[in-house]
Ligand binder design. Structure first.
Ligand code: NI
Length: 256
């Protein structure tokens, strides 16, 4: 029983064989997934998938790279979607200082507005962070994100930063990189963060775990992430699967 908390089955990479990808996930023990939208087309597709499959849920938000494109109408639209019974979170949102399509100040403004919306509609948030840890933490604190909590998606920081996020009511989600041989930091995080605060994800089609690196990622590979965490923690795959699923259901308010 595995819960993949971050998939992009709404990406065009699955246009040809989505049904097979979903079936492989189910036969690999994936029981639930959250499809994460990050702009108009991917949000629409996430909702469509959540309506079509009972084990698929949606998260809706505006990606920091595209922050400059978000209009007030888009924000209103997110608020309407937040009332959808299969929408369980807002995001992904956050800061991305690697790409410079949207200026930092615009990213920060759009991030703050989405956190404010999340507090209004009482949904947890999914955080995308690239090269922006200090600013993310500052904004989460200033905007009182602790009130709704959420997920540090594909966490790549230190155990100390993980601890700081946990104190702010966030879960630490590990993905494919924890399986990479040279990934010291994610392995340390897997070791030190208690199972009660860990989640698993693929972020597919990106960040494919070992030994499939270089190929398209898919939800069935979340098992490799769970196995790696189990090995590091000296637990069984079943224990890691059950604990992380429970965490995800609790955070998203899913009863099934
Ligand atoms: Ni993502």
């Amino acid at each position: 029983m595995l819960f993949d908390t971050h998939v992009h089955l709404n990406a065009e990479q699955y246009k040809e064989d989505l049904e097979e990808v979903i079936n492989r996930a189910l036969s690999s023990g994936v029981s639930t997934m959250v499809v994460v939208g990050f702009d108009r087309p991917t949000i629409e597709k996430a909702i469509e998938l959540a309506e079509a499959y009972d084990f698929i849920y949606a998260s809706v938000g505006w990606h920091p790279v595209d922050a400059i494109d978000m209009t007030p109408e888009d924000l209103n639209w997110l608020e309407q979607l937040a009332a959808h019974p299969k929408v369980v979170a807002l995001g992904e949102m956050g800061l991305d200082y690697y790409w410079d399509k949207s200026p930092k100040e615009v990213q920060q403004e759009v991030f703050r507005k989405q956190i404010q919306l999340a507090r209004k509609v009482k949904l947890p948030i999914i955080i995308h962070n690239r090269d922006a840890t200090a600013d993310i933490i500052e904004i989460l604190k200033e905007e009182k994100a602790e009130e709704v909590g959420g997920i540090m998606h594909c966490f790549s920081g230190s155990p100390e930063i993980a601890q700081e996020c946990i104190k702010m009511n966030f879960y630490i989600s590990l993905g494919g990189p924890v399986t990479f041989k040279n990934a010291k930091q994610p392995k340390k995080v897997a070791e030190l963060v208690p199972l009660e605060r860990l989640l698993i994800e693929t972020d597919c089609p990106y960040l494919t775990p070992h030994p499939h690196r270089g190929k398209r990622n898919e939800p069935s590979y979340v098992k490799l992430v769970a196995e790696q965490i189990a090995e590091i923690k000296g637990k069984t795959l079943e224990e890691v699967g059950a604990a992380t699923s429970e965490n995800a259901k609790k955070l998203f308010g899913i009863i099934r």
